[in-house]
Design a protein around this ligand. Structure first.
Ligand SMILES: Nc1ncnc2c1ncn2[C@@H]1O[C@H](COP(=O)(O)OP(=O)(O)O)[C@@H](O)[C@H]1O
Ligand SMILES: [Mg+2]
Length: 157
């Protein structure tokens, strides 16, 4: 089941992230898909806030550093950006999979290495740019807690 939610501002995108975070726990993977500027990092700021990270505004794209670790009150956040990784072996060599299970893992450009995520409990979010401030976020979950969860994330206007 795929649930689509429209966001009309960075604030709304962050709020949806906060709401998703309420349902996340260590071991979960949030797979973010979408072009540059689609809102993946803003969404992750929201997740950080929802997980109780002290300064969620400091969450920035780990485009060059690959992974940022943020301590949250509720859970640790492992924020990855795999856009620059060339092949799946890099992913394995870097030991990224060791993060799974220790905290919530959020991966930007997750569609690059889809095959590596197959066995996991995943919430996938696809971002589409629909205007200067308008984004479509489409949620599809795998695993008991995530199927149908998209509906609960909708903003009540
Ligand atoms: N509704 C929206 N949600 C998220 N970002 C938005 C929205 N409208 C405009 N933007 C802009 O789009 C860009 C999104 O940046 P970012 O979250 O870093 O994207 P990504 O990580 O996908 O490359 C920012 O410049 C932000 O101001
Ligand atoms: Mg980003």
């Amino acid at each position: 089941m795929r649930i689509k939610i429209i966001s009309n501002s960075t604030q709304e995108t962050m709020d949806i992230g906060v709401r998703l975070a309420k349902h996340l726990k260590a071991g979960d993977l949030v797979a973010l898909v979408g072009i540059f500027g689609a809102g993946k990092t803003y969404f992750t700021k929201g997740i950080a806030r929802g997980l109780g990270v002290k300064r969620p505004q400091e969450v920035i794209s780990p485009s060059f550093t690959l992974c940022h670790v943020h301590q949250g009150k509720k859970s640790t956040l492992y924020h990855l950006d795999v856009q620059r990784l060339k092949n799946p072996e890099d992913f394995v060599d870097l030991g990224i999979q060791d993060f799974f299970g220790h905290g919530v893992v959020v991966i930007e450009w997750a569609d690059k290495f889809r095959q590596l995520f197959e066995p996991l409990h995943i919430m996938k979010v696809v971002f589409k740019v629909q205007g200067r401030n308008k984004r479509e976020l489409s949620f599809s979950g795998r695993g008991k807690r995530f199927i149908g969860l998209g509906k609960k994330l909708k903003i009540k206007r």
